[in-house]
Design a protein around this ligand. Sequence first.
Ligand SMILES: Cc1ncc(COP(=O)(O)O)c(C=O)c1O
Length: 305
Amino acid sequence: MRDEDVFELESKYVMPTYTRQKVVFVRGRGVVLYDSHGREYVDFVAGVAVNCLGHCHPKVVEAVCSQAKELIHTSNLYYIKPQVELAERLCEISGMEKVFFCNSGTEAVEAAMKLARKTTQRTRFVACEHSFHGRTMGALSVTHKESVRKPFEPLLDSTFVPYGDEEALKNEVGKDVAAFIVEPIQGEGGVNIPPKEYLKTARDVCDDSGAVLIFDEVQSGMGRSGRWFAKEHFGVEPDVMALGKAIGGGLPLGATLSTGISFEVGEHGSTFGGGFLPCRAGLAVIDAIEEGNLIKHCEEMGEYF
Ligand SMILES: Cc1ncc(COP(=O)(O)O)c(C=O)c1O
């Protein structure tokens, strides 16, 4: 099939939610992508913060291929060995207690918001200006960007405060708030780093008001900031943390981690969440980061840049 045929089929059959670059990639190795004409591209997009090990890392490829030959899907009605192994590893590296697995960042945020509502029995959310938390109705309700929200209003009851403004937070997070959700380092909003004490204040404000503190580390997690999680730069622990993007090594995987609170049987679920393939890939990602000492490398490259 020629590139022009791909473009034509896309415009005829695929809903036009993205403006795409006119290129058809067919292969990737490390940081390099190859298009259908054999041209090489150095990939600075990295699958939008997903390909933390580059393209087709041998450990991820081996994990996915060997798993695919054994068993691909059974559902969460049964035990899934790679799922429990990955849950243990994620808890070890994050210091959190429990994990709910899903398939994307927005689903991880959605689960976090449901957990906050169930725990507090409150309905209102506080989020930050320039936040991005996802496109499903709950996550969209706490996403600041007007253009992505507007066509879908009314959304959930949410208020936006300026990112990094401790006074605004103290004024807004009261006893009617289910959760304050925040990216420890904002991603889509422009790689914004909050003042050193901001997240500590957020912790205190949530403790005082009984609101749940949710960290969205979908983009800042898995080593991207030179620590496993950006929260480590601030020494603050959330009640709930949403993960996605890089944890699945390119396969669709999201995770909601919690400490002190949890869903019980029947309160939430996912047909595909925590399946064999993404969890095997997720284990390979953690192994590769540890074995390659990549978090240290990331910190050093950050300094260099
Ligand atoms: C911080 C943050 N949270 C959530 C999401 C949503 O993730 P997904 O696109 O996998 O639903 C994104 C995506 O860019 C993000 O950057």
